[in-house]
Design a protein around this ligand. Sequence first.
Ligand code: MLT
Length: 408
Amino acid sequence: MFKINENFLNLQDSYLFSTIAKKVAEFQKNNPDSKIIKLGIGDVTKPIIPAVIEAMHKAVDEMGTKEGFRGYGPEQGYDFLRNAIAENDYKNLGIAPDEIFVSDGAKCDCGNIVDIFDLNSKIAITDPVYPVYLDTNVMGGRSGKFNEETGMYENIVYMPVSNENNFVPELPKEHVDIIYLCFPNNPTGTVLNKEELKKFVDYAKENKALILFDAAYEAFITEKNIPRSIYEIDGAKEVAIEFRSFSKTAGFTGVRCAFAVVPKSLFGYTSKGEQVSINKLWNRRTTTKFNGVSYIVQRGAEAVYSEAGKKQIRENIEYYRENAKIIKEGLEEAGFTVYGGVNSPYIWLKVPKGLTSWEFFDSLLNKANVVGTPGSGFGPAGEGYFRLTAFGTKENSIEAIKRIKNCF
Ligand code: MLT
């Protein structure tokens, strides 16, 4: 009799976005004529920019020649891409190319990184939170059971964020080993300024804790004093791993390329208190379990940093920012209280009084044929909130707001 990893039985039935997709498919089946507008999962709609397409075409052609053919590449990513990332994204922050690990997605990185940490690590997450941070720790056995009443897992430290604390999480009141932070935040679309983020870096230093900083949405920051990288904060290189992605920045959700920054000055500890290089450990894990992102995709990612690439990417980001503005201002005109949407593609709104997040989801789908994401799907403190994304087309963003105004 083979046995399963029973930690999986502690998970909620299905991954949030799969549940939504199922509900939407069911609705579409029953209402084949409805023109559903999907502003639920944060998936981009603008085509890949010409600079990237050109670079990938060239790479495809190279692969068809004797001289240009490549087999397995370096598991950590080709030097040309690691150099381009270090040079462009971390120029004044002192991150070296060999501290950058190219991967097939920030979701995968966030999920995989837990491999290298002790099973008894105490985990802190914000609430609401991107479900991957929580679920992967539940799978690994770092949580206790799910408590139906509170909507929380035992043994996980929740740091609630809501309008009551301006969406700034308080430092954990008890000792934790690993803190997940995502800013600009998914799902709330809110940000931390440098002083607020510094408190977490200081906490991590004092407590020998680690911060897993998801910066997948940094390209959407518009305001000053909002850190784009955690390494803008003094001392962060000793306590933080940063995740970034080409998905939302360069429309790579279907192409797949991202990277993790694991500084060489970051050390974890054995149970005897000996220091171990996290960069070395992650390298060991990566070389064993991963064969790298394809050459073609990495050439495409490199082109994001070309002059033409940068310009074209800026135009796309601007397009999504404009959508965020349309959605945010339209909802405000309709009388909703709205957060996010300024430094982020996510708009986080308060659902009308008397409705739960899921009830609002159903109501929005039925009345307006618009799909969003219920706040409670991201954690109990998300109850009463709802997320819309700015990654749709401009026409759909305008149309969705028009329909919402008519229905609510
Ligand atoms: C989201 O909608 O929260 C994201 O698109 C999910 C992801 O990036 O995996």
